[in-house]
Design a protein around this ligand. Structure first.
Ligand code: PGA
Length: 244
């Protein structure tokens, strides 16, 4: 089984999200794929209701680690679970870099998802500066250890997404051969924390032209797609391509 996850970020408003959900509901894709959509929190219920009856699930783009309380603007992992979410992105590079999310925040969010019964999708990846300074493995290892410290998980409980920051939204994806190497190394680094074979998805400028070159790799368990998943022309092609 391989994963195709669509992170709609803040690209679509409520009406646009529900419209795109109703369009993708009609696209057929191979049963060997697990497809999930990560809409804005505002559109979560509308998208979930629209996808009802299909085998496409929904996930949150971010969660708060406290279940209820005086946290203006926040939505908890539990609340997302209650409205039918299956997954939640945690530590996405835009949360880390635009919203200054700390590694401690990421750690708390992972635990909140596990407690609430959501499957966290922990996003990890180096910046361009890390890459230029030969710190790719240093950065990723730090992100893994700080997020998972003290946890012993089963591969079913958590998913990982390798998303090099320099590849996100830039039309400069990580070459499949490089992703293959780094995914193999990430899986080894995860072994003290996760038993079994944890899923590691690739994300960063995946589109309908290059997706298959990642999906054919044994070390790549799926793709996390931003921009190309937020338009019906490309997302439908992505799902239809995955059949082949
Ligand atoms: P992108 O985004 O596909 O637009 O590069 C990926 C992501 O941020 O998850």
């Amino acid at each position: 089984m391989k994963y195709i996850f669509g992170n709609w970020k803040m690209y679509l408003d409520y009406a646009e999200s529900v419209k795109l959900a109703s369009e993708i509901k009609n696209v057929s894709f191979d049963e060997d794929f697990e497809v999930s959509i990560f809409p804005t929190a505002l559109a979560m219920v509308g998208v979930k209701d629209t996808l009802n009856g299909s085998n496409i699930s929904v996930g949150a783009q971010d969660v708060m680690w406290v279940s209820k309380g005086a946290y203006t603007g926040a939505i908890s992992a539990e609340m997302f679970k209650q409205v039918g979410c299956k997954y939640a992105l945690v530590g996405h590079s835009e949360r880390r870099h635009v919203f200054d999310e700390s590694s401690d925040d990421t750690k708390k969010k992972i635990r909140a998802c596990l407690d609430a019964g959501l499957i966290p999708v922990l996003c990890i990846g180096e910046t361009k500066a890390d890459r230029d300074n030969d710190k790719v493995k240093y950065r990723i290892k730090k992100q893994i250890v700080s997020a998972l410290d003290g946890l012993k998980l089963d591969a079913k409980q958590i998913i990982f997404a390798y998303e090099p920051v320099w590849a996100i939204g830039t039309d400069t994806p990580c070459l499949p051969a490089d992703a293959d190497d780094i995914h193999g190394w990430i899986k080894m680094e995860l072994s003290p924390f996760v038993s079994g074979n944890p899923a590691v998805l690739y994300g960063g400028s995946v589109d309908e032209q290059n997706m298959v070159s990642y999906l054919v790799l044994e070390t790549v368990d799926g793709v996390l797609i931003g921009g190309a998943s937020a338009k019906i022309e490309s997302f439908a092609t992505l799902l239809e391509t995955a059949i082949k």
